[in-house]
Design a protein around this ligand. Structure first.
Ligand SMILES: [Zn+2]
Ligand SMILES: [Zn+2]
Length: 267
C-alpha cells in the first residue's frame, strides 16, 4: 500500500519519525508521500524525502494559511518544484469549515492562493493534491475555470468528502479520489450529507487512492491515538469490505493509481 498523504513533516513526529517510517515499511507500506501546508512544512517534507528512498514530498500552501503566507512564498515554491522528489502541488484548495482556532479564512484570499498554485502546477507540469472541506462547489468551479491548465491526469482530491455531484464532477475531470481512516467512523462528519461508504461505492476502484493524513484521522480501533502511515492498510481493508473485493486487488490497483497520478515517482 502507498500512503499518498500524510504529515510526518509536522512537529508531532519530530522525535520518532524514523521509527514511524520503519514501522510502516515493515507492515508492507511501500511508499509514503508527505504533504506541506505552508512553505516551512513543505521544505521539511522535501528534507524528509531526501533521507529515505521511498519517501516523497508534495508542496503547497493550505487554505488555512491563505491569510498569512510566508514572504516570497510563490518564489520559494517555484524553486522546490524542481526537486526530483517533489511529486505535486498540495495541499491546496478551499476550506469553509469554521474552526475553533481561526474560524474561516477570508474566502477570496483562499481562492486567490488556490488559483495561483494551480498556475504554478501548470508551469511546473505537476499534478494537484486538493484539500476541500465544505467547499466542493467552489473548488469544482475554480478547477473548471482553469481546465486548460490542468495536467492529464490532473491530480487527486485528498480526504474526499462532499456530495455525489461534486464527486461526479471531480471524476469527470479525471481526478483520483483519496480516502482516509475516517472511512472507519460511524455517521456523518459535521456539515456533510453523504456517508463515506456511499462515496466509496460510487467511486470506481480504478480512481481510488489510500492515505492516512497522519497525525490526524486515526482509523478504528486506534481512534484517539496519533495516526501513522502503517494504518493506511486499515483504510485499504475497509475499502475492500465496502466494495466486496479482495484486499490484494485494492492494494495492487490503488498502487497503480498512484503511479498514474504522479509521474515523478520511481516504481
Ligand atoms: Zn487536508
Ligand atoms: Zn493533510
Amino acid at each position: 500500500m502507498i500512503d499518498v498523504h500524510c504529515h510526518l513533516n509536522f512537529r508531532g513526529f519530530e522525535n520518532d519519525y524514523d521509527e514511524v517510517i520503519n514501522r510502516a515499511f515493515a507492515k508492507g507500506v511501500t511508499k509514503i508521500i508527505n504533504t506541506g501546508t505552508q512553505i516551512s512544512s513543505s521544505r521539511d517534507a522535501v528534507k524528509l524525502a531526501e533521507k529515505y528512498d521511498n519517501l516523497y514530498a508534495i508542496i503547497g500552501v493550505h487554505p488555512h494559511h491563505a491569510d498569512k503566507p510566508e514572504e516570497n512564498w510563490l518564489e520559494e515554491m517555484k524553486k522546490l518544484t524542481l526537486h526530483p522528489k517533489v511529486l505535486g502541488i498540495g495541499e491546496i484548495g478551499l476550506d469553509y469549515f469554521s474552526y475553533k482556532s481561526n474560524g474561516i479564512v477570508d474566502k477570496e484570499l483562499q481562492k486567490t492562493l488556490f488559483e495561483q498554485q494551480i498556475m504554478l502546477a501548470y508551469r511546473s507540469k505537476l499534478p494537484l493534491q486538493i484539500h476541500n472541506r465544505l467547499a466542493g462547489e467552489d473548488v469544482i468551479q475554480i478547477l473548471l475555470n482553469h481546465k486548460s491548465y490542468l495536467s492529464n491526469p490532473p491530480g487527486m482530491f485528498h480526504c474526499f468528502a462532499g456530495t455525489k455531484e461534486v464527486l461526479k464532477s471531480a471524476l469527470e475531470m479525471g481526478f483520483y479520489i483519496g480516502f482516509d481512516g475516517n472511512v472507519t467512523y460511524k455517521g456523518l462528519a459535521p456539515g456533510e450529507t453523504v456517508s463515506l461508504p456511499e462515496l466509496i461505492t460510487y467511486t470506481p476502484l480504478e480512481r481510488i487512492v489510500c492515505e492516512t493524513d497522519s497525525p490526524y484521522l486515526t482509523p478504528l480501533p486506534f481512534r484517539g491515538q496519533r495516526n501513522e502511515p502503517q494504518y493506511v492498510i486499515l483504510v485499504g481493508e475497509t475499502i475492500s469490505s465496502i466494495k466486496h473485493i479482495p484486499f490484494k486487488q485494492v492494494q495492487s490497483q490503488t498502487t497503480k493509481n498512484v503511479y498514474a497520478i504522479f509521474n515523478k515517482i520511481i516504481q
